[in-house]
Design a protein around this ligand. Structure first.
Ligand code: ADP
Ligand code: BMX
Length: 299
């Protein structure tokens, strides 16, 4: 698949924001976004998707890739895994609804889509075994092994945010205790700030005060980066990774990747792996979803 062959539209519904893009020859030429409402039912999300697609000039049956937070089953049914992020999404028939409403639409997990884009056109280009990790509202992953994305019928494969971490103590919205996501993701960072007495701060605000030297905020971000470093070593032990790319607004925030690299250096050398930022920046899920639309024959 050549990047220059990608022309069409894409949606990226994350836990915090929903974006739509018009893509020409593999480049995002127009992009709009709005906040994601975590309590919306699937029909309301579809209305928002339709509004955004209209803004970027989509008309029915044009090529469309759709990346969403949550797991997508082989039948195209959508479920949240962290029920605190999307409270109403459980077995929602989004795959069929996309085809009815927009005339086409390949549906997949957001991090899976991003991993495909980075593997073919970005930070994973030179790799065989590659992981894309998004540190965003939650922590998501797309794993490529021997050049192929790992996917499963239940859509759970790659959900590395729900692996447990030695740094975790809190109950995660998935029902598991002490997950990576419950330590490192944006919702976890905001919850840790509230626990430290700093209410009503989102992760972006915690990063802003950390940059001004606030010790409590620096500590919370450091713990997040440490959990991601341990996760990278675990994944390297499991998959023999060539390299890892970090994405999401936290993964791409200034200084974050360097903190992960610093923590990783404390692991034994065998479990080290090269870590960098996603090269397609915030557009990896959009470009990857459209690429999958073409690669999987508009299923
Ligand atoms: P989504 O999860 O919808 O894909 P993002 O990748 O933007 O969206 O991740 C959202 C999380 O990133 C939120 O917790 C938000 O507070 C945090 N965030 C947004 N911008 C920044 C920033 N510049 N620095 C650090 N954190 C950020
Ligand atoms: C969560 C999970 C993943 C997703 C990841 C990143 C839900 C709703 N989402 O681990 O499916 O890939 O977050 O998503 O269970 P984001 O919303 O942080 O971009």
């Amino acid at each position: 698949m050549k990047r220059a062959d990608l022309t069409g539209f894409a949606l990226d519904l994350g836990g915090t924001k929903t974006a739509a893009a018009r893509i020409e020859n593999g480049t995002v030429i127009e992009r709009v976004q709005t906040n994601t409402e975590g309590a919306f039912v699937v029909e309301r999300h579809l209305d928002i998707m339709a509004e955004l697609l209209e803004k970027v000039g989509h008309t029915k049956a044009e090529p469309l890739g759709v990346a969403v937070t949550g797991r997508v089953t082989q039948e195209g049914n959508w479920h949240s895994v962290n029920h605190g992020t999307l409270t109403q999404i459980d077995n929602a028939p989004l795959g069929n609804a996309l085809k009815e409403r927009f005339g086409s639409g390949y549906l997949c997990n957001d991090a899976t889509a991003a991993s495909v884009a980075e593997f073919h056109f970005g930070a994973g280009r030179q790799s065989e075994n590659f992981a894309y990790i998004t540190v965003s509202t939650g922590v998501g992953g797309g794993l490529i092994v021997n050049g192929r994305p790992i996917q499963s019928n239940n859509g759970l494969a790659g959900h590395i945010g729900f692996i447990s971490t030695p740094l975790g103590n809190d109950l995660c919205g998935s029902g598991r205790n002490g997950t990576v996501e419950s330590v490192a993701g944006g919702r976890a960072i905001a919850a840790a700030a509230a626990k430290a007495g700093h209410h009503e701060m989102d992760a972006r605000a915690v990063f802003a005060v950390a940059a001004q030297g606030e010790g409590w905020a620096i500590e919370i971000i450091d713990r997040s980066a440490n959990a991601i470093a341990i996760l990278c070593s675990d994944l390297t032990a499991m998959l023999g990774l060539d390299n890892v790319a970090l994405g999401g607004s936290i993964g791409l925030a200034a200084g974050y990747t360097q903190k992960v690299i610093t923590h990783l250096a404390l692991e034994p050398a065998l479990f080290h792996v090269a870590i960098c930022n996603a090269e397609l920046d915030q557009n990896s899920p959009l470009i990857g979803a459209l690429a999958l639309h073409y690669m999987r024959g508009n299923k």
